[in-house]
Write a protein that binds this ligand. Structure first.
Ligand SMILES: *Cc1c(COP(=O)(O)O)cnc(C)c1O
Length: 342
């Protein structure tokens, strides 16, 4: 095996094994009953799938994303995997799929790690082993409705550090033309369909050199989130993050809120009007991939207005970023028991 760790970006690098498990069931009085097989590791990265499978016909697909970190002490830590298991269960219920039991999820992640230990990047590189669990409907079906068979797969891939050089800012553009999800739609679930439907907006933004900031789909007045990351704003000593029916509950955001409270910041989740950006000293997107992606500016093309936060990441977000990374890399005590050492 020969990997140049410094060349890894956020793209797929094949490892030796993926891990799979299957569910076969039937509907009994409106309830899906059935059983999951044990997880097993395989070198085959392809599956034999009927072309009428519900994942291909009706989009029954959900996914997750989490990381294993090689720590300063050489130990490998998986960050808050139980939270990913619970969220995948929510997403499964959201699309009428069979939820993956927490215990099965954990065993599959452990197996995917233990079978690919050579792919966990060394501590100094800042790279990590990323896991992409997916859940798909495999029942062949033409009539519209959910299937009774599901496949759970954990796909590992080493990925590079999000900030190979310096922790830096990204520019965002406000989008009012495309909704990534509808009010009371699938926004709170991590499903592929939300991404496919947002590509028109995110690709247009990228062409202009921006990342996309979505507003609430109904009124277009409140900040929702970024395409794959929650929004955080800092106003004085207050940590602000949107309350909305159509955003994904980010585990990174939840962790940062805990850390912010512990350092005496006021943490508020509420509806946030776009214009309130003018009163914030710092703003960022947050998620597993970047941890925190600070914003230097948010451009609102419809109102021809730009909100500026300075060209360098602000002090509070930088400090929260470092604290979370210190926990993930084992540089400080994991008082919250967020890491599972493997
Ligand atoms: C995955 C994701 C996030 C970030 O969640 P984390 O658990 O922090 O990785 C935020 N928004 C959307 C839409 C996502 O899909």
């Amino acid at each position: 095996m020969d990997i140049d760790w410094s060349q890894l970006g956020f793209h797929y690098t094949e490892t030796d094994y993926i891990v799979r498990a299957s569910f076969h069931g039937q509907w009994v009085n409106g309830e899906l009953q059935g059983e999951w097989t044990k997880p097993y590791a395989t070198t085959d990265k392809y599956i034999h799938l009927h072309l009428s499978a519900t994942v291909l016909q009706y989009g029954q697909e959900a996914f997750e994303g989490l990381k294993a970190f090689r720590g300063v002490d050489g130990k490998i830590r998986v960050f808050r995997w139980e939270e990913n298991a619970y969220r995948l269960q929510d997403s499964a219920r959201g699309l009428k799929m069979a939820p993956v039991p927490t215990e099965l999820f954990g065993r599959a992640i452990r197996m995917a790690l233990e079978r690919n230990l050579d792919y966990v990047p060394p501590y100094e590189t800042g790279a990590t082993l990323y896991f992409r669990p997916i859940l798909i409907g495999t029942t062949p079906r033409l009539g519209v409705g959910p299937g009774v068979d599901y496949e759970f797969v954990v796909i590992p891939s080493p990925i590079g550090p999000y900030y190979p050089g310096k922790f830096h800012c990204t520019s965002f553009i406000v989008n009012r033309r495309v909704d990534r999800s509808a009010r009371y739609g699938t926004g709170p679930f991590k499903v592929g369909g939300n991404y496919a439907s947002s590509f028109r907006a995110t690709e247009a933004a990228h062409l202009m050199g921006y990342d996309c900031l979505f507003l609430d789909s109904k009124t277009k007045r409140y900040i929702d989130e970024c395409s794959a990351a929650n929004f955080i704003g800092i106003k004085g000593n207050e940590y602000l993050t949107p309350r909305s029916e159509e955003i994904l509950p980010s585990i990174t955001n939840k962790s940062l809120m805990t850390l912010a409270k512990e350092r005496g910041m006021k943490v508020t989740r509420r509806k946030i009007r776009l214009e309130e950006l003018a009163d914030m000293q710092e703003a960022a997107a947050c998620g597993t991939a970047c941890v925190i992606s600070p914003m230097d500016k948010v451009y609102d093309p419809d109102k021809e207005r730009t909100y500026h936060f300075g060209s360098e990441p602000g002090p509070l977000l930088t400090s929260l970023y470092r604290t979370l990374q210190d926990i993930q890399y084992g540089r400080v005590n994991d008082d919250h028991h967020w890491c599972t050492v493997i």
